[in-house]
Ligand binder design. Structure first.
Ligand code: NAD
Ligand code: IPM
Ligand code: MN
Length: 359
């Protein structure tokens, strides 16, 4: 197949990890006989430096005309002055909103080889397979913001339609997995959460009677997620709770550098990015873990291009590299830590072993 993939490297380790994922996608194209055309545009701090805005028109235009977008990360100390007029993160929020990507899938499935990298006891991690569905274009991230010399506010607002569509997506996923859906909110305090709970209950009752729904308050959820992670399957939650819970959940897998994501909407294009940020503390050193971005490329193959065998080839190659102990510094609790380049090469090498069914 032919596909146009837009690459948005962004800032910090973004260019390092997207370069790794592009190599993997090029290898997929070559092995499976596809033609992937890569285009690159600016976003985030790099775009502010070059054009004054974190999401230039050319970038949004290219994204709207691509089959899929692979993104690294945005932000960093250079652009983090609390009084700055523009911020890199605004570019990321704006592109998610403009493309209508309201549903952000964040799978968390600890690998046997990385149990030692997790601060959680290994017996609690066996069999854990969680899919967090994070609402991505609403809530406190997108409400009106005000700031004066004496106060500041961020408005948190959700509409029924915004809740319905992401819950339908999550319930559909739950149906294809174990049939269990956990909705996370703060309905004991927040009005938006009470609406969230009402709408979620109705949608599941009326449209997904075969799905078992439970509601959980976000504070105790943060605890349960670490204490009994095996009991969860699909978790659906609002924008900010999903952001925080998934960084927490990365500790089940052992590192933030392992978790991929897919941001999807009703249109054809999706954004695929690791859940981690630009990691300014390690940027430019060639030591970032590329697996989260490579696994995001696998989600791109699956969700935007419909290439399931190719997606599995990439996922299996990463799993085999982990089994072989090919760990970057974030995972190498003892023993030798490899560079981004070596970890990527380990995945590329294992891709050669994939069975090519599509040729
Ligand atoms: P971060 O995710 O960038 O880093 C947190 C810690 O995890 C750091 O110690 C970092 O070195 C480590 N880490 C992250 N990814 C790693 C990888 N692939 N390999 C090895 N180690 C990795 O979070 P932060 O430090 O709070 O934020 C830094 C900047 O990134 C901020 O400007 C923030 O806004 C931005 N950010 C962007 C995104 C995004 O673009 N999607 C996501 C989160 C944070
Ligand atoms: C993420 C990031 C972003 C978010 C920031 C950088 C805007 O933390 O993708 O998880 O909060 O959505
Ligand atoms: Mn985040």
């Amino acid at each position: 197949m032919k596909a146009h993939i837009l690459v948005l490297p962004g800032d910090g380790i973004g260019p390092e990890v997207t370069a790794a994922a592009v190599e993997v996608l090029q290898c997929v194209a070559q092995r499976f006989g596809h033609e992937f055309q890569f285009d690159e545009q600016l976003i985030g701090g790099a775009a502010i430096d070059a054009t004054g805005t974190p999401l230039p028109d050319a970038t949004l235009h290219a994204a709207q005309h691509a089959d899929a977008v692979l993104l690294g990360a945005v932000g960093g100390p250079k652009w983090s002055d609390p009084n700055a007029k523009v911020r890199p993160e605004q570019g990321l929020l704006a592109i998610r909103k403009a493309l209508g990507l309201y549903s952000n899938l964040r799978p968390v499935k600890p690998h046997a080889a990385t149990l030692g990298a997790s601060p959680i006891k290994p017996h609690l991690l066996q069999g854990v397979d969680v899919m967090v569905v994070r609402e991505l274009t609403g809530g406190i991230y997108f409400g009106e913001k005000t700031r004066s010399a004496t106060d500041a506010s961020d408005l948190c607002r959700y509409s029924v339609v915004e809740i319905e569509r992401v819950v339908r997506h999550a319930a559909t996923l739950a149906r294809s997995r174990s049939g269990k859906l956990t909705s996370v909110d703060k309905a004991n305090v927040l009005e938006t959460s009470r609406l969230w709970r009402d709408v979620t209950s109705r949608v599941v009752r009326e449209e997904f009677p075969d799905v078992t729904l439970e509601h959980q308050l976000v504070d105790s959820m943060a605890m349960h997620l670490l204490a009994r992670p095996r009991e969860y399957d699909v978790i659906v939650t609002e924008n900010m709770f999903g952001d925080i819970l998934t960084d927490e959940a990365s500790m089940l897998a052992g590192s933030l550098g392992l978790l991929p994501s897919a941001s999807l909407g009703d249109g054809k294009v999706g954004i695929y990015e690791p859940i981690h940020g630009s990691a300014p503390d390690i940027a430019g050193k060639g030591i970032a873990n590329p697996y989260a971005t490579i696994l995001s490329a696998a989600l791109l193959l699956r969700h935007s291009l419909g290439l399931e065998a190719e997606a599995q080839c990439v996922e299996t190659s990463v799993a085999e590299a982990l089994e072989a102990g090919v760990f970057t510094a974030d995972l190498a609790t003892q023993g030798h830590a490899v560079s981004t380049h070596t970890a990527t090469a380990a995945v590329l090498e294992r891709q050669q072993g994939c069975q090519v069914l599509a040729l």
